[in-house]
Design a protein around this ligand. Structure first.
Ligand SMILES: [Zn+2]
Length: 423
């Protein structure tokens, strides 16, 4: 069974070329898309799903560069016992309090909620960073299964850290190695300030052994940088680079806010990628992203704040006006670099048969010449009508097709109450 999108206005995500065409979408992880000028040329089988897209825009769906599915049940949770007054206190009183009570059902609920939210906002691929210190072994499989169920491609990792002791760090390494034997993924590390030299070395060895990359938070707050200078006599990026973290083109460095010129140089010359998470930085009051010297390997993420990549790109553009060098084209490019990351590193799940169909009711003309203006000021996730992942229709007329949304939301609400009761 193939999906046929009839009467589309197709926008090539790389060239931004518009074409009025009909599309036949092949199924599977490496599936393609075939273009037809004449609808009658298409060989249609009785089981094919024909969707009329007259008046709609079709383009490649999106990928989230840095997410935390485990935080999905935090929305509406009780306030922490102490109101945090610094980044470290935000971690201590909120996130490290939440992640330690996560069990299997809560992790599954978080991943299902995240996958559904991503799908409905037009993303079909998620690069996730997971933490559940009291349910480490088996946690990535739970997330992978939930994402697969909804139909979202994934590149997962477990956040290895010494913050719960070396035994827990060991379990994190074990979970990572076991998961990578059967799945694509990364070696996750929390951040320089919670990872000692022996754990860092073990993680890099695992990265090399599995031909993977490291996914780590870098200088999100000045605390990370100060801790590194005090404890290791070097700056965060220098320390990570000395251990070989930046040697892999699969490595992802999240944030990179508090870095100096030399660190920017090291990153710019390395094959590693940087992820910008603007709204999370605003929320934590940790500073502003600046792309100076970092090169072109910059992608956008949501950092667990939400699952809406169009929103992330708008935030990057608006906040970047005062704090970064950014224009429509740079912003759109950052929004799309995740596809280059996935393609050049040969990760599967982001082939041409991942598409989003917009019902975009613009009051003004839209064409090849002004698409970026519409992208920045007009398009929102509210315009997402259908979503196709690996050639499979996962959202139709704004409704998830792969799972029963109501059942899942009942389950996630039930799990959120359980979680909050344990805080
Ligand atoms: Zn993060």
């Amino acid at each position: 069974m193939s999906i046929i999108l009839k009467n589309t206005c197709f926008i090539d995500w790389e060239t931004l070329r518009f074409s009025n065409t009909h599309l036949k979408v092949e199924k599977g992880a490496k599936g393609s898309v075939f273009f037809f000028d004449d609808f009658d040329e298409i060989q249609i089988s009785p089981t094919d799903n024909i969707i009329d897209c007259k008046g709609k825009l079709v383009t490649k769906s999106f990928a989230v560069g840095h997410h935390h599915a485990y935080s999905a049940l935090a929305r509406g949770m009780p306030a922490p016992e102490k109101s945090p007054s610094s980044f470290l206190e935000i971690l201590k009183y909120i996130w490290w309090n939440l992640d330690k009570v996560l069990d299997k059902d809560m992790i599954e609920a978080s991943a299902l909620a995240t996958a559904m939210a991503c799908a409905k906002a037009g993303s079909t691929f998620v690069i996730d960073h997971h933490a559940s210190p009291n349910f480490i072994v088996g946690s990535l499989e739970v997330i992978a299964n939930a994402f697969d169920k909804v139909g979202i491609g994934h590149l997962l990792c477990y956040e290895i850290t010494d913050r719960g002791g070396l035994d827990k760090a060991q379990l994190g390494l074990q979970e990572t190695e076991g998961f990578l034997k059967k799945n694509q993924g990364l070696v996750g590390l929390h951040a320089s300030f919670t990872v000692g030299n022996s754990t860092l070395e073990n993680a890099v060895q695992l990265m090399q052994k599995t031909n993977s990359g490291i996914h780590i938070h870098v200088a999100e707050d000045a605390y990370d940088q100060n801790h590194c200078i005090e404890n290791y006599g070097s700056r965060v990026v220098e320390r990570l680079n000395d251990f070989g973290v930046l040697d892999s083109s699969k490595t992802i460095l999240a944030h990179c806010l508090h870095i100096d010129e030399n660190e920017r140089n090291i990153i710019g010359k390395s094959p590693a990628f940087v992820v910008q998470n603007t709204e999370s930085n605003l929320n934590n009051n940790v500073g502003f992203f600046n792309s100076k010297g970092l090169g072109g390997n910059i992608i956008l993420g949501t950092d667990g704040m939400h699952s809406d990549m169009l929103r992330s790109s708008q935030a990057a553009y608006f906040v970047g006006q005062a704090n970064d060098e950014i224009d429509f084209a740079i912003d759109y490019n950052r929004f799309r670099v995740a596809h280059n990351y996935l393609r050049s590193n040969k990760f599967s799940g982001d082939a041409d048969n991942n598409l989003v169909v917009f019902d975009y009711d613009s009051p003004t003309e839209i064409n090849e010449g002004n698409f970026l203006g519409h992208f920045t000021y007009g398009l929102t996730s509210n315009h997402v009508q259908h979503v196709i992942s690996d050639g499979k229709l996962i959202v139709k007329d704004k409704v998830i097709q792969t799972v029963n949304e109501d059942d899942i939301l009942n389950f996630t609400k039930e799990q959120s109450v359980r979680l909050w009761g344990r805080l």
